[in-house]
Design a protein around this ligand. Structure first.
Ligand code: ADP
Length: 388
């Protein structure tokens, strides 16, 4: 709406007629004081303001408007006598759009200016609308993000408490089933059930251990007991464990693993077992697993676990080391929580190592990690000193 301010009703009438003929809605005020009251109550797209009025003149009205945060951006067209100094017109009104028209008014010029200001007003309103909706979108996202963080922090605490509580009774169950396993004879018909129970108890035990590790990582309490050890024997024990648990799989070792590492042996073995167990789990139709080891420039040990299973599509490969990430298509077929690789990544990172995957869907995958080897010469010196 356009506000026309003039003390002469006949001027108001002619301006109102011109504007309404061109479909501009109008409102009117017969004095500066009345105009100010209306401006505070309503919102206008443009003010046409007569300069010479008894009481408050047009400049005083404009100055008052410039002090109002609600109204200072409304553009003003001053109606002034022909000899009014332009500099005087700009006085006191620096923000918002401003123009002037000399009397007697040329209707074409007036319409041209009104149209320009009106278009500006509409564009500004649209921009403000977009701005407001973007701001509320940002606010909404922030709120959801906050709630999600909060929920996850709940979740973490729950995982920590629940896994601790589950661990104790499960340890007792495991001990009793192991006793039962030893107590019953080879030919006992119940033996098969005891063995199956033991397999499931071990699976549950592994899940709880993973959950405990996860909560330790989250709270920064995953501790490492680092010392120098021979990787060859660690690898042999991991392979032995896989061969015993999955006798139908053929595990082939390529390369030498006789190298000293400085790290937490149990945690490194955990990474190996995790890679190998995944290789078994995600290769139901091809039962060969290859382990390739290489010592690069006497500096780094590189271990690659290759399977010929279902493989992983490219777009999932960078995510599978993230917490709880599982490839959706495989998630229905294979049970899991999606935390094994996350724990492996943390263990390798904490050994200044690197990790990754290469895979082709339907062809298989290679999961690898590399970590620095222990400084052989320094170790030799230490050993010699101990002997002395
Ligand atoms: P989980 O096996 O419990 O889901 P992991 O963290 O060990 O959790 O693995 C995350 C995901 O990575 C798996 O859900 C699976 O989609 C994918 N994955 C891991 N290892 C392999 C593999 N050898 N072959 C194909 N997909 C794999």
């Amino acid at each position: 709406m356009i506000l026309i301010v003039d003390d002469k009703p006949e001027n108001i009438f002619s301006l109102k007629t011109i504007l309404e003929l061109h479909s501009f809605p109008t409102d009117t005020a017969l004095s500066g004081e009345e105009a100010l009251k209306k401006i505070l109550r309503h919102s206008y797209a443009l003010i046409i303001l007569d300069v010479q009025m008894p009481g408050m003149d047009g400049f005083e009205v404009a100055e008052a408007i410039s002090g109002s945060s609600k109204a200072r951006d409304i553009p003003i067209i001053f109606l002034s006598a022909a000899n009014t100094d332009k500099k005087f017109i700009t006085k006191g009104y620096s923000s918002g759009g401003m123009d002037y028209i000399t009397k007697p008014i040329d209707p074409d010029i007036l319409l041209l200016k009104v149209k320009t200001f009106y278009r500006l007003y509409e564009q500004n309103s649209e921009l403000n609308r977009i701005h407001a909706s973007l701001r509320s979108e940002i606010e909404f996202r922030k709120k959801v993000e906050g709630e999600l963080q909060e929920a996850l922090g709940k979740k973490d605490e729950f995982i920590s408490i629940a896994s601790h509580e589950l661990k104790t009774p499960l340890t007792t169950i495991k001990a009793y089933v192991q006793l039962l396993d030893r107590a019953i004879g080879e030919d006992d018909p119940t033996r098969m059930y005891v063995e199956r129970t033991l397999v499931q108890v071990r699976k549950l035990d592994n899940l709880i251990v993973d959950l405990l590790d996860l909560s330790k990582i989250e709270s920064g309490k995953l501790k490492f007991n680092k010392k120098v050890f021979n990787f060859g024997s660690t690898l042999s024990s991991a392979i032995e464990m896989i061969r015993q648990t999955y006798p139908e799989y053929r595990v082939v070792l390529k390369g030498s693993a006789d190298v000293q590492l400085n790290g937490d042996e149990m945690r490194i073995e955990q990474v190996l077992i995790n890679y190998l167990t995944n290789a078994v789990k995600y290769s139901p139709d091809n039962k060969e697993i290859q382990i390739e080891t290489k010592i690069e420039n006497d500096q780094r040990l590189c271990v690659r676990v290759r399977d010929f299973g279902i493989g992983i599509q490219k777009d999932h490969q960078s995510n599978i080391f993230h917490k709880f990430y599982r490839v959706e298509e495989a998630a229905n077929r294979f049970q899991g929580l999606g935390i094994g690789l996350y724990i492996c990544a943390e263990i390798i990172r904490r050994h200044e190592g690197a990790y990754g995957v290469e895979s082709e869907p339907g062809q298989g995958s290679v999961f690898y990690f590399s970590i620095p080897v222990a400084n052989g010469r320094a170790l030799q010196t230490v050993n010699e000193q101990i002997k002395k």
